[in-house]
Design a protein around this ligand. Structure first.
Ligand SMILES: Cc1cc2nc3c(=O)[nH]c(=O)nc-3n(C[C@H](O)[C@H](O)[C@H](O)COP(=O)(O)O)c2cc1C
Length: 218
């Protein structure tokens, strides 16, 4: 009886901690989307590791869309970001529809004055953070959401890049029309886009951290 109980608890423990089989996963350094997307399998890469290994990806595979489950987890993480006075003023648009993705890409390129480029580096989807203009914390609130989305993505094996110019996009008539089409009412400021997907090549190593970043006052 004891033996059966022991076997049972071992099975539960191993179901929770089963890796995808990659040796990197066993060392909690797994980048395999197979492992990290799985809801019951756990590659327990720590928070600090995620913060340090997140890099801006500028080589996306346009044909590799993260699953809806993974995107939902990333977006939900964003809703837990802190906001000044807990207003939850930001909103997150999750764009997987190709027509809308291409429309935003065009608008963004137009703001840059470069109509023919893809400022989203081929990413198949994106999240756009906007913030209700209810107080003077708009940009701060939106930025915490942006950062949370990128870190959540990394922790689930999804690469990301902050893409700017959401402010100009949603100040334009077309941007306002998009919000209207979506039934979003009120005054919103575009904060940023998080381009999302899987890398199609090497992501360059990060720069060294500058030596005078941290100043201790002890
Ligand atoms: C406010 C802000 C705006 C950014 N806008 C862009 C952008 O439009 N396009 C881009 O490729 N990267 C953009 N980035 C990404 C930065 O270039 C990137 O974070 C920086 O070079 C450091 O690299 P890392 O993210 O790999 O650490 C932006 C980042 C921030 C915080």
């Amino acid at each position: 009886m004891k033996f059966i109980k022991l076997m049972g608890s071992m099975a539960i423990a191993s179901a929770l901690l089963t890796s995808c089989g990659q040796s990197k996963c066993e060392q909690n350094k797994c980048e395999q989307s197979k492992c990290e997307q799985s809801s019951e399998k756990k590659c327990c890469k720590g928070t600090l590791e995620t913060i340090k290994t997140r890099r801006s990806c500028r080589v996306f595979n346009p044909d590799s869309m993260p699953s809806k489950d993974v995107l939902s987890k990333i977006a939900e993480a964003g809703t837990w970001a802190p906001t000044g006075m807990g207003t939850q003023n930001p909103i997150i648009l999750v764009v997987t529809k190709k027509e809308m993705r291409d429309r935003i890409v065009k608008m963004n390129a137009k703001v840059m004055g470069k109509d023919s480029i893809d400022p989203f580096y081929g990413a198949p989807c994106m999240m756009i953070v906007l913030c209700k203009k209810d107080n003077n914390l708009t940009v701060y609130d939106g930025t915490t959401v942006m950062t949370t989305l990128m870190l959540a993505a990394k922790s689930l094996g999804v690469e990301s890049c902050w893409i700017h110019r959401a402010k100009e996009e949603f100040e334009s008539e077309e941007g306002k029309a998009i919000l209207k089409e979506l039934g979003i009412e009120g005054e919103y400021e575009g904060i940023g886009h998080v381009a999302l997907g899987y890398a199609n090549g090497e992501i360059p190593a990060p720069k060294e951290r500058k030596p005078d970043y941290i100043h201790w006052i002890e």
